[in-house]
Design a protein around this ligand. Structure first.
Ligand code: HAM
Length: 552
């Protein structure tokens, strides 16, 4: 019998439940409206992409690509995959010496099957696969030879399957080395494409831009997307492994800072619609391929001087990505970072002018901002403008949205020359701050609960429910005949605004009893009059609404 067990959502991912989903839907609809009035149109890109797409665009050395992606092989060779896992699970160097011949047999069969799948094209015919399969062949021969030596040398000890010491230890060590190399060779073999659950969507949008020849479209290509992203980060408040972004990208032939400023303006309009006031816009320029390399070299040099005072992550980044040291959150590194050279002092003239014009464009739109020279962002495709919107309500993970310019990304992905800029906002975090501010009520109220009593009342209840729903009202009709008091209690607990009571008397008289919970007012109304009464706001409800104006 299978064990009974309860299942939970996996670590770092969560269910979003009603009534919160109403606010999520309100937010999505509001964001879509704002994006569309700025002339952005939706693009739906897949949740799965080739891993290589993210490695090339976001950057192989970034945290996202090197540590946080959910990647897996996709192929149609299940038997081969099982045989491969089987070999990976075995280690004959620690088992009884007789297990080596079984290991060698399995390795021989696996090698032959891999070679066949490679030659027929069932497994990708890449140079990497060719090289790894050849390597595996050589290892298989070496294991065979070792098996033979083991059996010859074992005969030196009559009745034993183990050679005399020290030969036995030497052979075991040799076998250990071979098994290690077999694991490595197998790790290099791809039975199919390696794909990744998208950690972000800019790479996909640029891939789609290139794939569909969108550079031929007139004017700027302005696209937006909404959906889940996946990063294997350490879960904490405001940081999830499946989280939701709404993002916008502008691609085209111009990199005018007015585009950057208008994109930011769009975000501020959305913040306004969400009735959020307490936010900060941080902007920076991280230079371009002309001026950044010299700055990075200088930064690396300066970081080397203070290496011993930095934590292991920053020490590693001195080599891999020195810019990322600048946005370290470790308190003990802050005084050191404060003394490092700043990119703003090392921008080339065109980048300096671009950044100055961006600031003028923001001023023109009366958008308040703070220049943050340490805002480098965690993705490699950025150049020039970077920006973030932060909220004090969010704690450590305080970025509501982030973005920047990525001119040249299209070329890097094999596409036509294109300039690009975009942002993504974290929907989970927006919802959190909207809830904290408490100025948006998106809950969908239950307008009417129909209490019917007696078989003759049920058809009247169904007819009334249909009529009210045609008027756009939210209606609940119990499937089974309820008890009046219980039903009224349930209606109140469900938050119903009205109860409509239909008993046999009401069916006969053609007038239903309609009760408004807000002020207890009760009326006898004909079927055709109920909707108007339910739609009219109650005096008491109006008064209580005008009193509640919570603060941000
Ligand atoms: P990002 O800064 O990595 O940029 O993510 C954008 C936003 O997504 C963050 O500001 C945050 O609100 C939210 N976010 C990121 N990771 C998590 C997480 N683990 N849990 C909850 N929310 C999270 C990008 O993704 C770029 N593609 C933005 C972009 C578009 N740049 C140019 N175009």
């Amino acid at each position: 019998m299978t064990e009974k067990r309860k299942f939970h959502a996996v670590r770092g991912v969560r269910d979003i439940l009603p009534p919160d989903t109403s606010l999520w839907n309100w937010f999505e609809a509001t964001a879509r409206d704002v994006l569309e009035i700025f002339n952005f149109r939706e693009i739906r890109v897949p949740v799965l992409e080739e891993t290589e797409l993210f490695a090339r665009s976001v950057g192989a050395e970034t945290d996202i690509v090197s540590k946080e992606m959910y990647s897996f092989e996709t192929h149609d060779l299940p038997d081969l995959a099982i045989a491969r896992s089987d070999i990976l699970l075995r280690d004959p160097s620690v088992e009884h010496p007789s297990s080596i011949s079984d290991y060698q047999d399995r390795l021989r069969v696996l090698y032959a099957a891999l070679q066949h799948s490679f030659l027929t094209g069932a497994a990708p015919r890449t140079p990497q696969n060719q090289h790894a399969i050849n390597h595996l062949g050589a290892l298989e021969r070496a294991v065979k030879e070792l098996t033979l030596r083991l059996s010859v040398e074992s005969r030196l000890v009559p009745g034993s399957q183990v050679p005399p010491e020290p030969n036995a230890s030497r052979l075991r060590n040799e076998l250990k080395g071979l098994v290690h190399d077999v694991h490595y060779a197998l790790s290099q073999i791809r039975l199919g494409d390696v794909i990744t659950l998208r950690p972000e969507a800019t790479a996909s949008v640029v891939r789609a831009y290139i794939e569909h020849g969108m550079q031929m479209l007139p004017g700027l290509v302005k696209l937006y997307y909404a959906g889940p992203m996946f990063r294997r980060e350490r879960p904490q408040k405001g940081r999830y492994r499946q989280f939701y972004q709404i993002g916008a990208e502008v691609l085209g032939q111009t990199d005018h800072p007015a585009i950057d400023a208008e994109l930011i303006e769009m975000l501020t309009v959305l913040l306004e619609r969400c009735k959020l006031e307490n936010w900060t816009l941080l902007v920076n320029s991280i230079g371009d391929t002309n001026c950044r390399p010299a700055y990075v070299a200088l930064l690396r040099e300066e970081l080397q001087k203070v290496k011993d005072q930095l934590g292991p992550d920053s020490q590693r980044r001195i080599e891999t990505n020195p810019l990322r040291v600048l946005d370290s959150k470790l308190p003990e590194e802050q005084p050191i970072i404060a003394k490092l050279p700043m990119i703003s002092d090392h921008l080339c003239e065109p980048c300096r002018e671009h950044f100055a014009e961006l600031r003028r464009q923001l001023d023109l739109r009366s958008i308040p901002y703070k220049v943050e020279p340490r805002l480098v962002r965690g993705l490699d495709y950025y150049m020039r403008t970077t920006f973030e919107i932060t909220s004090p309500h969010l704690g450590a993970q305080n970025a509501l949205a982030g973005g920047g310019r990525y001119d040249g990304l299209s070329e890097m992905l094999g596409g036509p020359p294109a300039k690009g800029i975009g942002f993504a906002l974290g929907q989970d975090r927006f919802i959190e701050v909207i809830q904290t501010a408490g100025r948006i009520d998106a809950t969908r109220a239950l307008d009417a609960f129909i209490v019917w009593m007696g078989a003759a009342a049920y058809p009247a209840a169904v007819r009334l429910a249909r009529r009210l729903r045609q008027e756009g009202l939210c209606v609940e009709v119990p499937a089974e005949e309820p008890k009046l008091r219980k039903a009224l209690g349930l209606a109140e607990r469900l938050g119903a605004r009205f109860a409509v009571i239909i008993g046999e008397n009401e069916v006969q008289s053609g007038e239903f009893t309609v009760k408004r919970f807000a002020d207890g007012e009760q009326r006898k109304l004909a079927e055709a009059e109920v909707a108007a009464f339910v739609k009219a706001p109650a005096q008491a409800a109006r008064e209580s609404e005008s009193k509640s104006e919570p603060a941000d």
